[in-house]
Design a protein around this ligand. Structure first.
Ligand code: ZN
Length: 60
């Protein structure tokens, strides 16, 4: 699970974190979370770039 995303890293006051094997695996999970927790129905290009920039590679 080398990729990790933290909602707080894109400026959200939120403790959500998610891990996955690839960015592609993370994106749908982040989209689902954005919908459920932040009422963001669709991730637009700007937000997508922000999210992708915040995804970090981790060894854990
Ligand atoms: Zn969040």
């Amino acid at each position: 699970m080398p990729y990790k995303f933290k909602c707080a890293d894109i400026g959200m006051n939120c403790g959500f974190t998610v891990k996955g094997a690839s960015t592609d695996e993370l994106m749908p999970k982040i989209a689902q979370h954005a919908k459920d927790a932040h009422k963001i129905e669709e991730i637009n290009e700007d937000l997508k770039k922000k999210v992708q920039g915040a995804i970090k590679k981790t060894m854990f």
